[in-house]
Design a binder for this molecule. Structure first.
Ligand code: FES
Ligand SMILES: [Fe+2]
Length: 375
């Protein structure tokens, strides 16, 4: 058994009481050993967001996603069953599917082995001339899949407990604010390669303490004084009444005034309903290394072709909100290397006001619990 050096799991002044707690120490965001432990204990054991169920609704549809460095494919078989596999050829490991789409069979780009959409090997050129070649041995290797609340999740741990057993009323809450999650159509994806640890990026989502300072348009889009964060089991909600329809972010008509409502789901996905026409966006923050994160921001609307208002909302996120946040988290990541910083104080107030950082403490507790480092 690997012995973990003591300094690696030293949580310093982190406390189980959010009102007394300090942040995670800086090495949790930098150390390759911490990241190696997170890959195994968090990403390879948790339910990871894959796609919206509408993206894989038809027979032959597929979508791909990453779970840390593991490439995963979700397919709808011609028998109508949704399955997930490691997206790798059983011959000599070339990756198979790319992006999203529809196919009759899966064909490897290297030596053209073909697989059925249910993962079974269909043909391998020259197979009859190879002694003892057994097709059954080379089916794609399955991972767990669950449809939940109109979305598809995968889990590399074949023994994992079902996601639905851990999410309480989350799916109903999201649908209650959105109004129509299952019917929405994929409209747009924004992608960003961020030079920051995945936790730095998630944490930025979990508090609005920085909103008044860093997001002048966002605090006009929502009623910031009434923004509230609530934590539950493995998720948290972040909800605010809307601001003015003619706010500085993007305009929407009076009749489409709705709350800003967002949920973070362990470990790295958020589901957001913005003021304006019926919508849901999924912000997905996947580590690509100890200090790098690939972020996808997927927009789902009533129609795949965005309206003028929806285009403005995408433009606001891509041109303003994301650059504001990415600048912050990349600066924090550089700062975490400073010899002048070890561990900060969480600003958690008793009233859990709009500035309170209790959502971070909830997240830190889950990270430490999963790593076995909880003091
Ligand atoms: S690696 Fe796929 S067919 Fe050879
Ligand atoms: Fe932000």
């Amino acid at each position: 058994m690997n012995v973990i050096p003591r300094h690696i799991c030293d949580t310093g002044k982190f406390s189980s009481d959010p009102e007394k707690s300090y942040t995670l120490p800086a090495h949790y965001y930098i150390d390759p050993e911490i990241y190696a432990r997170e890959r195994e204990a968090i990403f390879f054991k948790s339910w990871n967001y894959a796609c919206h169920a509408g993206q894989v609704a038809e027979a032959g549809a597929f979508a791909t996603c990453m779970v840390a460095d593991q490439n995963i494919a979700v397919t709808r078989g011609h028998d109508g069953v949704l399955r997930a596999f490691y997206n790798v050829c059983s011959h000599r490991a070339h990756e198979l599917l790319k992006g999203c789409g529809k196919a009759n069979v899966i064909t490897c780009p290297y030596h053209a082995w073909t697989y059925h959409m249910d993962g079974g090997l269909r043909t391998a050129v020259g197979q009859k001339k190879v002694e003892g070649f057994a097709r059954e041995e080379f089916a794609l290797k399955p991972v767990r899949l669950e449809e939940h609340g109109g979305f598809v999740f995968v889990n590399l741990d074949l023994a994992a407990a079902p996601l639905a057993g851990a999410t309480g009323s989350l799916a109903d809450d999201i649908n209650g604010f959105c109004g129509n999650v299952p019917e929405l159509k994929f409209a747009h994806r924004l992608s960003y390669e961020i030079k920051a640890n995945w936790k730095t990026v998630v944490e930025n989502f979990l508090e609005c303490y920085h909103c008044s300072v860093a997001h002048p348009a966002f605090v006009d889009l929502v009623d910031i004084e009434n923004y509230r964060t609530k934590t539950y089991g493995i998720y948290s909600s972040h909800i605010s009444p809307p601001g003015r329809p003619d706010n500085a972010a993007y305009r929407f008509s009076e009749g489409l005034t709705r709350d800003f409502a967002a949920w973070w789901l362990w470990p790295n996905a958020t589901f957001n309903v913005f003021p304006g026409p019926t919508n849901i966006t999924v912000l997905h923050m996947m580590p690509t290394g100890p200090e790098t994160t690939l972020e996808h921001f997927d927009f789902f609307f009533l129609e795949a072709n965005p309206s003028e208002c929806e285009r403005q909302a995408i433009h606001y996120v891509d041109g303003t909100l994301q650059p504001e946040d990415i600048g912050l988290v990349e600066s924090v990541q550089r700062g975490l290397h400073s010899r002048g910083y070890k561990q900060g104080r969480l600003m958690v107030d008793r009233d859990r006001s709009f500035n309170s950082e209790h959502g971070l403490h909830h997240f830190h507790s889950l990270v430490l619990r999963q790593l076995g480092d909880l003091p």
